[in-house]
Structures are given as structure tokens and as C-alpha cells.
Design a binder for this molecule. Sequence first.
Ligand code: FMC
Length: 267
Amino acid sequence: MSPPPPNEDDVINHHDSSSVDQKRPISTIVIIIAMQTEALPLVDSFQLTEDVNSLFPKGTPWVRYHGTYKGLNISIIWPGKDAVTGVDSVGTVSASLVTYAAIQALQPDLVINAGTAGGFKAKGACTGDVYIASEVAFHDRRIPIPVFDLYGVGLRRGCSTPNLLKELDLKVGKLSTGDSLDMIPHDEASILANDAVVKDMEGAAVGYVTDLLKVPAIFVKAVTDIVDGDKPTSEEFLNNLSAVTVALGKAVTQVVDYISGKSLAEL
Ligand code: FMC
């Protein structure tokens, strides 16, 4: 017999942080960033330094930049360069591993996943826009068996930040994650089913781990390319990457400035 289908409240995460945790000022933040190009403007802005002795298992390429900024203990975690190919370790596998390892090692009050994303112009996205993701889900885990289909989608909610959104000039929308930069028609259908406005390769994986370990997470995604436009995604992505990472860096700095001195309940 198959289990009864879960209702939406069972599928979406609820952080069980106690009300004491909710009211305590946030002190430790982990920022997960997939590409070094995305990380460096923030390393600079927060004046972080790269760890000399790694917190992480010997042999992993995972890099931590760390420092104190406006009373916050900040770590940027970058999964580093792939040992075989030498490129940034983008995608869900590395993202979930570093998120897990960083939470275990640093016990943060909050995780921020920052990065670039593709945007849908049909849903109002433009290149250079920065979104806070209200929800994250996968679009390439198709399991057409009852309830496993929902598991595959893996919907999780970002931390509720109504005051932060009122204060900062950022867009809000749903994020869909998959392990490919391009988009096959099947993925497009799932992304539309997820009602997403932005598409990346890490968000829902980070969301899975933060939900598992009950750490609130904020997703900040800057649009490098328009996926329902006429330009090839990879070309547009590479052309816009450096300009958009500057916009991403500014937005994440604003988010962190807002968080400084506040509790989770105040966000
Ligand atoms: N589709 C999927 N991912 C991305 C994207 C798009 N149109 N634009 N930018 C990205 C992000 C992914 O999350 C990766 O970290 C990186 O940029 C592309 O490899």
C-alpha cells in the first residue's frame, strides 16, 4: 500500500528554531557561492581572508573566506575548482556537500545562497535584476510515481523576510534548480509547473540541506541571461557574468547590512 499523499504543509519546510533563536541577534552567516567570479566582489566588500588551514576534509577543493563585518561573523564558502577539469564546481552535488560541511563546521544562524541565474522575460525578469527566492524546487528530477514525483520536485521555502523585502529594492520570485545550464523542453515544462521566474544550478540543493539541518536560508539570485529570449544562454551568461556579479555583490551587501544587529524574527 502506498502512503497517503502529503499535503502542502508537510512538503514545505518549517524551521523549528525556537522562539529564543528567532529573537536572538544573528551572529554567524554562511554564504554559499558556486563560482569564484561571483564570490570575489563580496570577499572584497566584506574584507574577508581565505583560510590558511582548511576546515574541510583534506583533498577537497572547498574554499572558505572569513572575517567579521558589522558585528557579523561571515564565511563565504566556494566549492572551489574541480580537481579533474579545473573549472568551478557548479551544480547541485557540490552545493549540497559544501552546505552540509559548512553547517556542520560553523553552526550558522543563517545561510545565504548567492549566485547568478537565468531569468524568464515572460515573468518580468531582465538581465541584471536581483531576486530573493520565496521558494526553491528542482526541475530535472522527474519521478512519475505518486508522491515520489513530489519528492523529486523537492519544494522548500526560503526564510520569511517581509521587513527586509520592504526595505530593499529587490524582486521576489520562485527559483527552479537543475544540473544543466541549457533548457530542454521537458525542463521548461517543469520550470513553468514550478511557477519559477529564475533558474539556477544550486538553490534547491542548498535548500534541501538547510531544511534537513533546520537552518534558515535566504536565496539571492542575479539574472545573467534570459532563458526565453533569442540569444544562446551560454554566450549571454559569459558576456554578462562580470557585470552581473557586481550587481549581485551590491545586493548581497545590502542584505547583510540589513541583517546586521537584527534577529531572524526582525527580518
Ligand atoms: N541556467 C542555469 N544556471 C544558471 C543560468 C541558467 N540560465 N545562468 N546562470 C546560472 C548559474 C548556475 O547556478 C551556475 O552556478 C552557473 O551560473 C552556470 O554554470
